[in-house]
Structure formats: C-alpha cells, structure tokens
Design a protein around this ligand. Structure first.
Ligand code: SAM
Length: 273
C-alpha cells in the first residue's frame, strides 16, 4: 500500500515552538522527575520529532545525562533537529542526540531496547486506529514511561465569536478524520483512543490539558493557524469556500490588529507502565 506522507514545513514548526513550549504540561514533568532511571541516565526516544522541539523543551527540565534518539520520516526535519540540539540537562549533565529515519507506525518494542522514556508531540491525530494500537503495543513492550504531548482535542474557541466558527470547526474536524490510503485518521479521537489503549494494557495514564492560548503577542501564529484551519475545512467541505473567503479576511484583519484571541485545546498524556 502507498503510504501517504504528511509533510510539515520547518517554518510552521519554528513558528509554533514557543507556543508549544508554553502549552506543554509541566506538571507531568514533575511526575517524570520522580522516576529518574536507577543508574541516573536517560535513554529517550522522541517519535516524529520534527525539528526537535520536544527535546529542546524537555531535556533542560530533566536531571542526569541523556541520550535522545530522534525519529522522523522527514530527512529535512531530522537534519534541522541534528543541528539545533537540546540541553544541557537540568543539573548541567550532557545531552547527546542521534537521529533515525523511521516510520513510527512500524516501530516495535525491540526498537526501544533499554529506553527509559518514549516521547511524541503533535503526532497522535495523524495516525489511524491500527497504527496507534501498534504504537501503544511497542511502547508497552518497552516498559518505560511514555509522554505523548500536544494532541489536539477538537475544541477551539475564537474571541470575538463569529457565526461561522462552528461550521469551520466541524469541517476541520471532519478533515482530520478523513480517509487516507492508510485508513481513516483518528484526528481529535486520538486522545481517547490512546487513553483506552494504554489502560487496557494495565498502565496508569495521567491526562493534562495543554492549550495554546494565542493573543496579540502570538498574532503571527494565530494567523498562520487560521489559514491552515480554514484551508482544511474548505478542502473537506468545498461548498464552505464562498462564505469562508470573507470570514478568513475578517479573521486575519482581527489577528493583525491584535484583536483576535484563539484557544486551541490539546491534551498531554503521561503513561506509567
Ligand atoms: C506536527 S509535526 C510535530 C513535530 C514535533 N513532534 C513537534 O512537536 O514539533 C508531525 C511530525 O510527524 C512526522 N510524521 C508523521 N507521520 C510519521 C510517521 N509515520 N513516521 C515518522 N514521522 C512521522 C512528520 O514528519 C512531522 O515531523
């Protein structure tokens, strides 16, 4: 079967890195810090790492020497991750990085041999139910904590509100759940599926909200997010395009004037085996 690769631009990841960092649930790191590996050394696999934003955020919050294995299918993003490396650790210990070209839907428990933590960020909505199940099985086989951050929940709020918001949101969610050659994507259903999948295997799962709160200071990101949100909605529901043209222009004017507030809800999950 042809695998549809969903490409993500480096400039989009760069634009969102600060907002991602502000949104990530720090309290889950507090729990993780209580589970420092026995020998004090971390071996962390970051799945679908993109340009490496998760490591740059998390490595300085964990004490002890760390070895990060960064997985992605996109060699261009991996090259960026290899240059802009995370660290040092919270106690000044060294952080080493290795990049691996991987399809994360094909990884098995053996690929995580001796891992002390598996992470991913902004990944789960891109998977099908079967792919998520395989990934959960692989992670469970690694018998280490898992931190899956920034999974979209489908809840979005814009202020001021607009009558078209709900229709665009519904079409966007339908686009996220679209059928691809790999099967139907989970989109906003991924969080619930992941929680159920890990709990079925007997793991403890802690969920924390990690919303983006975009105001005047984040107007560039809000505008870029809005463009992608409306584009995807119109691709899903072409008859929306006529009304969405005016809507898009109005919303972009508000964002440029610092008069638009956007909240995009996400959930961070910490899984304790
Ligand atoms: C939204 S980006 C998130 C990147 C990064 N984790 C972050 O939080 O900035 C999604 C990433 O998933 C990667 N990706 C999607 N499907 C993948 C797969 N099957 N195997 C490996 N990487 C994948 C993309 O190349 C992209 O880097």
């Amino acid at each position: 079967m042809t695998v549809e690769a969903i490409r993500v631009s480096p400039s989009w990841l760069d634009l969102r890195e600060a907002a991602d960092g502000a949104a990530r649930a720090r309290e889950l790191v507090g729990r993780l810090r209580r589970r420092v590996p026995l020998d004090g050394r971390w071996s962390i696999h970051d799945l679908a790492c993109g340009s490496g934003s998760m490591g740059r955020w998390l490595a300085p919050l964990l004490p002890g020497p760390q070895r990060w294995v960064l997985h992605d299918q996109d060699v261009e993003l991996l090259a960026l991750a290899a240059v802009d490396v995370p660290g040092p650790a919270a106690d000044g210990a060294a952080v080493a990085v290795e990049t691996r070209v991987s399809d994360v839907t094909k990884l098995r428990a053996e690929d995580f041999a001796r891992a002390t933590l598996v992470t991913a960020s902004a990944l789960l909505d891109l998977l099908t139910a079967d792919e998520l199940t395989r990934l959960i099985d692989a992670c469970a086989g690694a018998r280490c904590p898992v931190l899956f951050a920034l999974s979209v929940s489908g809840r979005v709020r814009l202020l001021p509100a607009d009558p078209l918001d709900a229709r665009v949101a519904a079409a966007f969610d339908a686009h996220q759940r679209r059928t691809t050659p790999r099967g139907r994507l989970l989109g906003p259903d991924a969080v619930e599926a992941a929680v159920e999948g890990f709990r079925r295997l007997g793991a403890e799962v802690v969920a924390c909200p990690s919303p983006w709160r975009l105001g005047a200071a984040e107007s560039d990101l809000a505008a870029e997010w809005l463009e992608g949100w409306v584009d995807a909605a119109c691709e899903q529901e072409p008859e929306l395009a006529r009304d969405a043209g005016l809507y898009r222009r109005r919303r972009l004017r508000e964002a440029a004037a610092g008069a638009l507030a956007v909240t995009v809800d996400h959930v961070d999950l910490l899984v304790i085996p």
